[in-house]
Design a protein around this ligand. Structure first.
Ligand code: GLU
Length: 312
């Protein structure tokens, strides 16, 4: 599989269309756009709709960005239209002897003794070396319950690392992670790598909650002959208890903030303050100011705290 499309490189924003984006998701997306414009890359958008889809939410996410002055440079890539491409990638790995069926349930994995030095949650390797007879038996057992096996990547179970522009070296043990789930859905780590490769994405800017997935994705990219992108994991926005921002925290989405009287300029001014860049010149009032002012060498590396405005 070849990795890159013609033309300059690209960055991308790939939100799951599972609801309205909160201010933290929006901040990551705007930073992705700013970085693409600053570095002469195309800005792409991917609709990751293989799981947890709320109808209308992809369109509404795009509309919010359009209101903020951001439009993707190409038609968004829609994952549910690309199942054959993911299937082909799994086939390529399978032909190289790197795929095996896994019959474990979540509970089986939780209860299995873990391999020495394996981090918590790593796949213990239960189905890695089963014989043909055992596989037939397990397949029949699942089929009787209306289930099918998951597919896992046969890795070397070693620690790998990536170099991140903000975080520096990020290491993680790459275990035999899932490529296709037991319910037939292609796994996040597979689809991200295949799509970034096919779209010519050579720099991934996203929230740092996904940094720990980067070593796996880099490992898989290498196996598929896709060039590893640059990594830029940006700090998250948290609530006042320093937990992940959520709907229950109050007015956190663009729509809710507008209903509280926030203007577009307020959104950009908040972006500037939350990134610790407020002292660095004029106040941001629009996306052009953010593109000009979002200095990745100077942005605050600590998570930002968002306190929603009181109801009007
Ligand atoms: N769809 C993922 C999310 O919304 C992001 C995937 C990525 O940027 O790699 O969390």
């Amino acid at each position: 599989m070849t990795g890159s499309a013609a033309g300059p490189g690209a960055g991308r924003f790939a939100p799951s269309p599972s609801g309205d984006l909160h201010i933290g998701n929006i901040r990551s997306g705007l930073l992705t756009y700013a970085r693409a414009r600053q570095t002469g890359r195309r800005f792409l958008w991917r609709i990751e709709d293989l799981d947890r889809v709320r109808p209308g939410s992809a369109e509404s996410q795009l509309a919010v960005f359009a209101e903020l002055g951001v439009r993707p440079d190409e038609e968004p890539l829609v994952q549910s239209e690309r199942l054959e491409v993911y299937a082909r990638a799994v086939e390529v790995l399978d032909e190289a002897g790197l795929v095996y069926e896994c019959y474990c349930s979540r509970k089986d994995i939780a209860q299995a003794p873990s391999a020495p030095h394996a981090p918590p949650g790593a796949y213990p390797g239960t189905c890695r070396n089963l014989g043909a007879g055992e596989r037939d038996e397990q397949r029949r057992r699942l089929a009787a319950n209306g289930r099918q096996p998951a597919l896992r990547l046969r890795t070397d179970n070693r620690e790998h690392h990536v170099d991140d522009v903000i975080l520096g070296r990020v290491g993680a043990v790459v275990d035999d992670f899932v490529l296709r789930r037991g319910d037939g859905v292609f796994a996040y780590n597979l689809t991200v790598v295949v799509d970034d490769g096919a779209s010519g994405v050579d720099e991934v800017v996203r929230g740092d909650d996904l940094a720990s997935s980067a070593p796996r994705q880099a490992y898989l990219a290498r196996l598929l002959g896709i060039r590893e992108p640059e990594w830029v994991h940006v700090p998250l926005v948290l609530n006042s208890e320093r937990k992940r921002l959520a709907k229950r925290d109050g007015a956190v989405t663009y729509q809710q903030l507008c209903a509280q009287g926030w203007t577009r300029a307020d959104i950009f001014a908040w972006m500037q303050r939350s990134l610790g860049l407020a002292e660095a010149g004029t106040e941001w009032t629009d996306i052009d100011a953010m593109v000009a002012g979002a200095d990745f060498d100077r942005l605050d590396r600590a998570p930002a705290i968002f306190v929603p405005p009181e109801p009007a």
